[in-house]
Design a protein around this ligand. Structure first.
Ligand code: NAD
Length: 500
């Protein structure tokens, strides 16, 4: 049985709390390990280690910090298959999907390797006579990261490579559902040459999270997870005077215009609604075909493809989607399907009742497709986080855009069309953080930034790219006068400095 503790000073540490949580293989429903749940005292110990490492790391030249990132990138590349296997065994996603997740995480490490260039400041000569002004970005201090189960490698990698490259030290609190891959990656980061105490992992539940949020030495918190928890973390963290960014839940719409290529749309929806069993914050969970005829063609094209999806454990190379993460999640998804049926939506494809031989206790759900969904239904309003796509038949393009904009979430959206006017109008008007034009999952590359609007993000900054650098640094601006011997007399006028 796998026993997972914490990671500090570049070593594994069991902690002192004695509380654990089961790690479950979602394909079988069986317990494969135990993860330690840190107490407040354990969290204090880890933060102290991060605090001791901070001054030397913050003073390390950015080029040396980048050198660690170069080594780290190579190690991640070399160990991708091993990491994907660890990840899939606890998450349930297919191996190619897990490898893809690691590849997207590596992109962030590559971005972090460019930190000397990115941290270059600004300098203005002669803002007044012999007065120069310059700005630098300095690390915020100790950063805490709190991450979800659905991308156990990639989402933490959105955070700590950038934070560390900027000169901060980091304490990561991963999801307790699939913590193993994070600890293996922590070993690789140590092997890459990261000094002790710069990157630390503390496993745990609410007790550990609250201890991080309340601790006076934590300066900034990056959270990714559900909206209910994210809003709580944002409020508690900012009340404690910390900088907080909380990236949260989603309900991503795809608008399908009458002129769209229906085969392209079908391929896009199969991948974006059912890939990773719909457990992606950028999954498309609502399709809005414009016009009855477009809707009929969509259902006709989509339904047989959903019925033929290969649902299987990650160990089967032909698997297209695996199980959902937990029994709780399995039950919640079934509950939503019941609610949709009760409210009169048409279950055009019913993926319930799937039993796989040898995996009877696994949390497998086949792809589900609801037609005739209306905007007052819970299956439209709430995030289901499973392989369930809702089709809301739109009467017009404007009605479809209003749906996107009126929804409380604003993470991602897409439009499929051959009409450049419609596409441009859409990306301009959409009240959404990330927009795809004939791209179903518009996840920005690492040197751009990822983040939603409305109740999909609390805080001011998106994650990775330059937004990540801004979040993990504080701006300092200097105004200097040389030679210092020049006498200007006392200046009572606020603007006098400019005129000397
Ligand atoms: P979650 O909110 O349940 O858990 C996220 C983290 O918060 C975990 O580390 C967990 O241990 C911790 N946590 C859970 N309950 C807590 C509590 N009561 N107090 C303090 N901490 C608590 O999310 P999840 O189920 O792991 O992940 C799925 C969610 O994450 C979905 O809503 C999905 O949309 C969202 N997500 C968002 C993004 C994004 O970028 N917007 C990316 C990935 C996932």
């Amino acid at each position: 049985m796998n026993s997972i503790g914490h990671f500090l000073s570049n070593e594994h540490w069991p902690g002192t709390a004695g509380r654990t949580s089961d790690i479950i293989n979602p394909a079988t429903g069986s317990v494969t390990g135990k993860v330690s749940l840190a107490s407040k005292t354990d969290v204090d110990t880890v933060i102290e280690v991060a605090a001791q490492a901070l001054p030397a790391w913050a003073a390390t030249p950015p080029a040396k910090r980048a050198a660690v990132m170069f080594n780290f990138r190579d190690l991640l590349k070399r160990h991708t298959k091993e990491l994907a296997e660890l990840l899939s065994a606890e998450h349930g996603k297919t191996l190619p999907d897990a490898e893809g997740e690691i590849a997207r995480g590596i992109e962030v490490v590559e971005f972090a390797s460019s930190i000397p260039q990115v941290l270059k400041g600004e300098y203005s000569e002669q803002v007044g006579s012999q007065v120069d002004s310059f700005s630098v970005r300095q690390p915020v201090g100790i950063v805490a990261g709190i991450t979800p189960f659905n991308f156990p490698a990639m989402v933490p990698l959105w955070m700590y490579p950038v934070a560390i490259a900027c000169g901060n030290t980091f304490v990561l609190k991963p999801s307790e559902k699939d913590p193993t891959v994070v600890l293996r990656i922590a070993e690789l980061l140590a092997e890459a040459g990261l000094p002790e105490g710069v990157f630390n992992v503390v496993n745990g539940d609410k007790e550990a999270v609250d201890a991080l949020l309340d601790h006076p030495k934590i300066d900034a918190v990056s959270f990714v997870g559900s909206t209910a928890i994210g809003e709580y973390i944002y409020k508690r963290g900012t009340d404690a005077g910390k900088r907080v960014q909380a990236l949260c839940g989603a309900k991503n719409h795809m608008i399908i215009m009458p002129d769209a290529d229906m085969e392209q749309v079908t391929d896009a929806l199969i991948g974006s609604a059912y890939g990773s069993a719909g457990e992606r914050c950028m999954a498309i969970s609502v399709a809005v075909p414009v016009g009855e005829e477009t809707a009929d063609r969509l259902i006709e094209s989509l339904a047989p493809r959903i019925q033929s999806l290969k649902v299987a454990p990650y160990t089967d190379p032909s698997s297209e989607l695996g199980p959902v993460i937990s029994k709780q999640s399995f039950d919640k998804i079934h509950d939503y399907i019941d609610q949709g049926l009760e409210k009169g939506a048409t279950l055009a494809v019913d993926g319930r009742g799937l039993k796989l031989q040898g995996y009877e206790d696994g949390y497998f759900i086949g792809g589900c497709l609801f037609d005739n969904v209306t905007t007052d239904m819970s299956i439209y309003k709430e995030e289901i986080f499973g392989p369930v796509l809702s089709v809301v038949r739109g009467k017009s393009y404007d009605e479809a855009v209003n749906m996107v904009n009126d929804h409380e979430y604003g993470n991602g959206t897409a439009i499929f069309t051959r009409d450049g006017d419609a596409a441009r109008d859409f990306w301009s008007r959409a009240q959404i953080g990330m927009v795809g034009i004939n791209v179903p999952i518009p996840v920005p590359v690492a040197y751009h930034s990822f983040g939603g609007w409305k109740r999909s993000l609390f805080g001011d900054h998106h994650i990775h790219g330059m937004e990540g650098v801004r979040f993990y640094t504080r701006l300092k601006t200097m105004t200097t006068r040389w030679p210092s011997g020049i006498r200007t007399g006392a200046e009572f006028n606020f603007t006098a400095g400019k005129d000397v």
